[in-house]
Design a protein around this ligand. Structure first.
Ligand SMILES: *Cc1c(COP(=O)(O)O)cnc(C)c1O
Length: 459
């Protein structure tokens, strides 16, 4: 049998490959996550060489390269002391289902092709809509990440504004954000949508508050204010873990008839925690909302839940009409591709759905609450440590603080040493131009003892 025919057939060889990969996955699921480290291009070239060849390496060699060289050159974001950026900590059930999803060849763009998957995903979206407090008819889609979720929501907002203006475009469209709004939102507006970004000054913790928004808007020229169609409130800023004054913002949005988009990519998960719920007052007034299950809702990469208050607005903006798509645009059946900029789609809400179905929502509430407890204890340890200064009082689970007296190079050496010793991934960052560090805690296996140890390493 020639090579190409064997590729799609079950043979002793393909079964051995599948077995070896399953064994590898089961081992990875059972072990404590290795931290691992980046390698340089030269190191990888020397150790892996050219991997794509005319004749193929064979599965044993390709897997060996992965297991020995390439895999260890990828940091595991679920390591409990991976505390930089926003980590991810998928449940065992979610990861296991991700393997099943990969084996199932499901096209998640249409009801026709994936009704069972879309039904399940929509139940997971319903739980999120309930946490937000959105009405019964709310709905949306799981997309690749917050970047695509935010962009899709803002495109829907602009289409809706255009229809309210009877198709008459302003000179320039504009959206209000703050300095702490995620870079992907500003990029989507400026580069992808060609929309002006009006940056409203935040308060001392960088929060967007309704009164400032109202004042800044009142000072704009009528021409500048004319093109505003939405405000983006951040429910948990990525850098500081702070929640905007959503209710106050919603008041101003309502006065002007704009669209309120709430970006909860990182922090939206804290809606599940009763101790944090009051921070989100007013979120139920959102026209659209996103949260990334791959951040603090324990799903593997990559997954963002996008929910519209009135999904018809998402549908009006995103439904693609083309002859070859006609059979899938059937009224009453939920086509995920109608709600975002993306057509072909992995059913990327399913690992999250499966884990929710297995464990129940109370386990999610308790796991998020636990990470918040650890973050609050960590904040107290930092306040009490004479060598540290907490720079921003956290709302959620991001701790930003400085080591008094350290310069750039001391942070860099500390960070490099902890990675070299495979203890932690903690990187320097900047706040108001000053070098500092920042821990983001979303992993229920990150303990107060871990934070205590890292604080000690800064003495
Ligand atoms: C992470 C993040 C994003 C971007 O999400 P991706 O999933 O990385 O595309 C947007 N907004 C906020 C607040 C975030 O934390």
């Amino acid at each position: 049998m020639s090579g190409y025919e064997a590729m799609h057939m079950s043979t002793p060889d393909s079964e051995a490959t599948a077995q070896a990969l399953s064994d590898y996955c089961l081992d990875r699921l059972a072990m404590d996550a290795p931290l691992d480290r980046p390698a340089s291009p030269a190191e990888l070239a020397a150790a892996a060489g050219a991997t794509v060849t005319a004749e193929g390496l064979g599965s044993a060699e390709a897997l060996r390269l992965w297991a020995d060289v390439l895999g260890p050159a990828c940091i595991s974001v679920d390591h409990p002391r991976f505390l930089s950026f926003i980590p991810s900590a998928p449940t065992k059930a979610a990861v296991s289902f991700d393997m099943l999803l990969g084996a199932s060849s499901i096209y998640g763009g249409s009801w026709l092709e994936s009704s069972g998957a879309v039904y399940a995903e929509n139940q997971a979206l319903r739980w999120i809509a309930d946490l937000v407090g959105l009405p019964e008819e709310a709905g949306g889609v799981f997309v690749q990440g917050g970047t695509v979720g935010n962009l899709s929501a803002l495109v829907a907002a602009r289409e809706w504004a255009l229809s309210r203006r009877s198709g008459v475009r302003p000179e320039r469209w504009a959206v209000c954000v703050t300095a702490e709004t995620h870079s992907s939102v500003k990029h989507a507006l400026r580069v992808v949508m060609d929309v002006d970004v009006i940056e409203i000054p935040g308060d001392e913790r960088g929060r967007l508050v309704g009164s400032t928004l109202r004042r800044v808007i009142a000072e704009l020229s009528p021409a500048a204010a004319d093109g505003i169609f939405a405000v983006v409130a951040t429910a948990g800023t990525t850098n500081l873990g702070v929640v905007d004054d959503i209710d106050g913002i919603a008041d101003v949005v309502a006065e002007h008839g704009w669209w309120l988009h709430v970006d909860g990519a990182y922090g939206g998960a804290a809606l599940a925690a009763p101790s944090a719920r009051s921070l989100f007052a007013g979120v139920e007034r959102a026209d659209s909302f996103i949260v990334d299950p791959h951040k603090w809702f324990f799903a593997p990469f990559d997954s963002c839940a996008l929910v519209y208050r009135d999904p018809r607005q998402g549908h009006a903006a995103h439904t693609q009409r083309a002859g070859y798509l006609d059979p899938v645009t059937i009224e009453g059946e939920w086509n995920p591709s109608d709600f975002s900029i993306q057509l072909s789609r992995r059913a990327r809400g399913l690992p999250f759905w499966f884990s929710l179905a297995v464990h129940g929502t109370h386990a999610y509430r308790d796991a998020v609450e636990h990470t918040l407890d650890v973050a609050r204890s960590g904040a107290q340890l930092i306040r009490d440590a004479p060598h540290l200064r907490l720079l921003v009082e956290p709302d959620l689970s991001v701790l930003i603080f400085e080591r008094i007296g350290w310069d750039d190079s001391q942070y860099t050496q500390w960070s490099a040493r902890l990675l070299e010793e495979q203890v932690a991934l903690v990187t320097p960052t900047k706040h108001h131009g000053r070098v500092c560090t920042r821990f983001a805690i979303v992993n229920p296996r990150t303990s107060v003892a871990d934070i205590e140890m890292l604080i000690d390493s800064m003495r």
